[in-house]
Design a protein around this ligand. Structure first.
Ligand code: SF4
Ligand code: SF4
Length: 285
């Protein structure tokens, strides 16, 4: 064998720990997604901030979208974790929608962990008629940064000033930290403000979700008139009977409600039709 040619053992050895940790984290994300467990979801969010955010600084960025436009992807054999991560993001989005945004992205996880700080009554709820137009801002930002990149081939400016993900590698200037402070303060008042209205990565994944999502969230016929799920959704993704796939991050909140035989009118009506008078016991923890 040519000594200059590396064996797969030599290629894999330095990447093994990274691959093992990533596999364990993604397995946790999948288990929490399929179990619909609140506790496991919060474990995943904390792991995302600690591991993907501060330890690994690995988030999907507009720079990855740029890479796809000019095919400047990293060399496969030395970047196995990057490819595994990207495959996870693409396949999970095609199959279930924005699972990445709901529990894997470290910035989205951080903002979700900030949620309990402010009581619900102090928050500003964006009216639905405003929300559906405000959602479009992130698509405009995605289009603008793509045009900017295609003209200038400058990756640094959008990565620094359009995304706050640099915060996990702690390299920002004073102005960037002030901007981030304002964004996080706004997030306390308007829930998930960056993810819902500004994030170009969320916009790109939203487009894929809208076009694909093989396994959508089920709806009952009662969803046409019932508003319980709509009020529960903190992402403004439920509008009447319809779930807007591009905005839904598969956070589970409505699905847990939907399966709850004690709360969801579908089950309560069914239960009464069968002649029962007692309220059924919740099937979920
Ligand atoms: S919308 Fe953007 S910041 Fe929010 S979770 Fe998705 S990728 Fe992360
Ligand atoms: S509550 Fe339901 S519709 Fe809203 S983001 Fe979560 S899973 Fe999607």
């Amino acid at each position: 064998m040519d000594p200059a040619v590396e064996s797969w053992r030599e290629i894999l050895a330095p990447q093994a720990l990274d691959l093992c940790l990533l596999t364990a984290f993604l397995a946790l994300a999948f288990v929490s997604f399929f179990r619909k467990s609140v506790a496991l979801k919060y474990v995943t969010l904390v792991a995302s901030v600690g591991y993907l955010g501060f330890a690994k600084s690995s988030l999907v960025s507009v720079s990855d979208v740029f890479r796809l436009t000019d095919l400047s992807v990293p060399e496969f054999k030395y970047s196995l974790a990057w490819y595994a991560f990207m495959l996870f993001v693409v396949f999970s989005t095609v199959l279930w929608g924005r699972v990445y945004c709901g529990r894997v992205c470290a910035f989205g996880a951080l903002t979700q962990l900030l949620d309990p700080i402010i009581p619900r009554k102090w928050r500003f709820e964006i009216p639905v008629r405003v929300e559906k137009y405000a959602n479009l801002i992130k698509y405009a930002i995605l289009a603008a940064v793509l045009v900017y990149f295609l003209i200038t081939h400058d990756v640094a400016l959008p990565v620094r000033y359009v995304e706050p993900f640099w915060m996990f590698s702690l390299f920002g200037t004073t102005g960037m930290w002030v901007g981030l402070g304002v964004l996080l303060a706004a997030t306390l008042i308007v829930r998930n403000v960056y993810c819902r209205f500004l994030c170009p990565v969320g916009a790109a994944l939203g487009i894929i979700s809208q076009l694909t999502t093989v396994f959508s969230i089920k709806r009952w016929s009662e969803c046409r008139t019932c508003k319980i799920c709509e009020k529960t959704c903190e992402w403004g993704a439920i509008r009447g009977p319809k779930i807007v796939k591009s905005e839904c991050v598969r956070c589970d909140d409505c699905e847990r409600l939907y399966m709850d035989q004690k709360k969801c009118p579908h089950w309560l009506i069914l239960f009464k039709r069968k002649g029962n008078t007692a309220v059924p016991v919740s099937t979920l923890s």
